[in-house]
Ligand binder design. Structure first.
Ligand code: ZN
Length: 403
């Protein structure tokens, strides 16, 4: 009897621990404001005027390459500035035949590892023409990213955040492809990306939304799990379905997957017939919004991000499924450097991850004769590490002890 009681108490404690709401996340979710979201959507789609360079103006099209899309870029920059963030315009010139601008803001985390999370959406739209709206596709996503920035920028958080709005999504995921390619060489490892593309249409009021993860290494599963937890722990009321995609890939998350960065597409029900029937037409307007659904979708995306970036106990290594393989790593234990044999592929992204999930080293290297020699940085702390070798085909995993 005593033993049974003890077991029950233990289970109960575990349950409380895993399902407790966190005050910070709760506060952020409760601060997501539908009026703020709707105003931004109206401003982006020209339903409401904006002030740009001290003049009344209006965004009448966000078709990539249209003159007005530049107003949208400037308007988004202005929003970031109003939150105290520094907008960065990332221009690409004749990249895969396109020239355009991503716009983003980076919020530095307090954790020195520089691990980051991304919340992103594309801001260009369809159809081609001098007057279009793109209210759901993807005014709804852009407004959610800006709402995340408005709320989270007020806080000092362990993890860094990129708030990114991509250009040229509709013409082939161009902006995100460029961003992901340039980021690969950066020093801020991406632990998760929430790509938001169309979150305001729910014609049959069933509150269904979809999460798309990758069939390769289940990239994005860590984010998918967190979205599901956040929905249930904070009673947001979205009915989530998870799809594992092999392709074709319809939004910017695919640009992250190609470099094995974990990402999901978070979207209204694009699978079972309750998808915005007017998307990519001039009738994609706010009259089709289900505002209660939109509000809850934004709460869920932003609340999930808030959970990730405020939780330094989060274990990164769990995010990446790894496979056993015939890699040989020597010497082990490691002193200052080590060699790995039997690597396929010439260009490999090497990540060293500590046992508590912190990415402590990241570098793109060119291999020679299927061999790779890694010199550890000076004063590299002793301990057990995981080394991940990431290329276009696979993620390979090996552990070593640094002594
Ligand atoms: Zn879209």
């Amino acid at each position: 009897m005593k033993k049974i009681f003890f077991t029950l108490l233990f289970l109960f404690t575990i349950t409380i621990f895993s399902y407790a709401q966190k005050a910070f996340v709760n506060q952020i979710i409760n601060s997501v404001n539908i009026d703020s979201l709707m105003l931004t959507v109206k401003q982006l789609s020209g339903d409401t005027n904006i002030i740009l360079n001290n003049q009344i103006d209006s965004i009448t099209s966000r078709y990539a390459d249209s003159p007005d899309v530049k107003k949208a870029t400037a308007f988004i920059g202005q929003k970031f500035k109003s939150f105290g963030l520094t907008p960065v315009e990332q221009s690409y010139l004749n990249y895969k035949g396109y020239s355009g601008k991503n716009i983003y803001a980076y919020q530095q985390g307090t954790d020195k590892s520089n691990n980051c999370y991304i919340i992103c959406a594309h801001y260009d739209n369809l159809p081609l023409g001098a007057r279009n709206y793109g209210s759901d596709d993807n005014g709804s996503g852009v407004a959610a990213v800006l709402e995340a920035a408005r709320l989270l920028s007020k806080h000092s958080l362990p993890f860094s955040i990129y708030y990114i709005l991509f250009d040229h999504e509709e013409l082939g995921l161009i902006g995100s492809d460029y961003w992901a390619g340039t980021h690969l060489n950066g020093d801020t490892p991406v632990l998760g990306t929430i790509n938001i593309d169309m979150i305001a249409y729910d014609g049959n009021n069933d509150s269904v939304a979809n999460i798309h993860i990758s069939n390769v290494q289940q990239l994005g599963k860590n984010i998918s799990d967190k979205l599901i937890d956040t929905d249930s722990i904070y009673n947001i009321g979205i009915n989530l379905k998870v799809y594992t995609d092999a392709g074709p890939l319809s939004s910017d998350h695919a640009s992250f997957w190609q470099y094995f960065m974990p990402a999901v597409l978070f979207i209204e029900d694009d699978k079972t017939g309750d998808f915005n029937p007017k998307y990519h037409t001039v009738y994609d307007r706010i009259n089709l919004f289900n505002t209660s659904y939109y509000h809850r979708m934004a709460k869920l995306a932003i609340g999930t991000l808030a959970g990730f970036v405020s939780d330094s106990s989060h274990v990164g290594i769990k995010d990446i499924s790894t496979q056993e393989n015939n890699l040989v790593l020597y010497p082990n234990p490691v002193n200052n450097s080590f060699t790995i044999d039997h690597i396929s592929g010439k260009k490999v992204l090497v990540k060293l991850i500590s046992t508590n999930g912190e990415i402590v080293f990241e570098k793109v290297v060119i291999t020679e004769n299927e061999k790779l020699m890694i010199q550890l940085p000076p004063h590299f702390p002793n301990g057990l590490y995981h080394v991940l070798l990431i290329n276009k085909e696979s993620v390979l995993h090996k552990s070593f002890l640094k002594e």
